[in-house]
Write a protein that binds this ligand. Structure first.
Ligand SMILES: NC(=O)c1ccc[n+]([C@@H]2O[C@H](COP(=O)([O-])OP(=O)(O)OC[C@H]3O[C@@H](n4cnc5c(N)ncnc54)[C@H](OP(=O)(O)O)[C@@H]3O)[C@@H](O)[C@H]2O)c1
Length: 297
């Protein structure tokens, strides 16, 4: 089978499309014929060797955590899906023709493979940080970096729960944030004052890691009301860095429910072929993805 692989840590040019042995589903796992693989920033962080503590890598290594496709092998003990089912979920080396998943759910009616591949990691992260920041219905949540994959999910989870959101994004994404129910403003020079004019803030999420934790603590008045997923300087400000994944099956079940109720849609910014994986990483690393980028297999 074809698979994207890298033999050394480095830039996007270390990615190669290679012929590889097909993986097989061990106990408690399934194998899918991959139709689409989600591109997450963690994919290129792993490729660069940045996050080896959380994601240990043996070289040569495949790439990709998220995928959607058709079940074609069911491991011992798996009873909730059968060969032929359409599923999406999280696994290993998903930029490939076949991949093994450790967490999955049946795809909701009407969802395409390319859309489905964008949800798993983004939704696990978004549900986790909304829980950890402790914001309640009727309160206001400030989201710094609201237009990316995780931001798009946070805004829609918040809207569904009756949480008011003020989101920051680039000028090109202001209407996009409003379409997801948020009050929008731009980041950059003067952003703190712009946010203040929009009202009080009960809690804040830093999703972009753009060096704004001091300001988020000022705006909320309490470091315990701030959570970041992207700024390793968090301890200096007494802010929680959220890095330990919660239950992926639970996140997928909530994702299916939100989609079925018409409350969640994460757009696909652009699709790529397996051979274009390096271009997908270059584009993701540029840091301005709206929704998710997806590799079509
Ligand atoms: N710790 C964890 O568990 C965890 C989990 C998932 C992701 N992450 C990390 O969290 C970050 C976000 O992930 P993602 O998947 O949402 O990324 P993404 O889809 O690539 O989104 C990046 C977003 O950042 C925004 N942005 C760029 N510069 C900004 C700035 N100066 N101020 C505010 N926003 C800015 C962009 O908005 P515009 O396009 O509007 O400029 C873009 O929408 C990544 O660094 C990722 O590695 C961590």
């Amino acid at each position: 089978m074809k698979k994207v692989s890298f033999a050394e840590f480095g830039g996007p040019d270390v990615l190669r499309l290679v012929d590889a042995e097909e993986p097989h589903a061990g106990p408690g796992r399934i194998r899918i014929a991959v139709r689409a693989a989600g591109v997450n920033p963690v994919d290129w962080r792993i490729r660069e060797g940045q996050v080896l503590g959380a994601h240990p890598v043996t070289l040569p290594s495949g790439v990709g955590l998220d995928a959607a496709g058709i079940v074609d092998e069911v491991g011992e003990g798996v009873e909730d899906v059968e060969v032929g089912d359409r599923v999406f979920g999280e696994g290993t080396d998903t930029y490939a023709e076949f991949a093994v998943l450790g967490a999955w759910a049946r795809m909701p009616e009407g969802l395409t493979f390319e859309e489905a591949a964008g949800y798993p990691s983004v939704m696990e992260t978004a549900l986790r940080v909304v829980r950890e920041v402790g914001v309640r219905p009727g309160q206001t949540l400030l989201v710094s970096g609201a237009s990316g994959g995780v931001g798009s999910a946070v805004l829609q989870i918040a809207r569904d729960r009756g949480i008011r959101v003020i989101g920051t994004a680039g000028a090109a994404n202001q209407e996009y944030l409003r379409g997801l129910g948020a009050v929008a403003t731009t980041y950059g020079e003067g952003w703190v004052e712009r946010v203040r004019r929009l009202g009080g803030v009960d809690a804040a999420l830093d999703l972009a890691g753009s060096g704004v934790l001091r300001e988020l603590v000022e705006l909320t008045g309490d470091p315990e009301r701030v959570v970041t997923i992207a700024d390793l300087g968090a301890p200096e400000f007494g802010v929680r860095f959220s890095g330990v994944a919660g239950s992926v099956p639970a996140a997928l079940a909530e994702t299916v429910d939100l989609i079925a109720r018409g409350r969640l849609h994460i757009p696909v910014e652009k699709t790529y072929s397996l051979a274009e994986a390096a271009a997908a990483h270059v584009d993701s690393q540029a840091g301005h993805t709206r929704g998710r980028r997806v590799i079509i297999v």
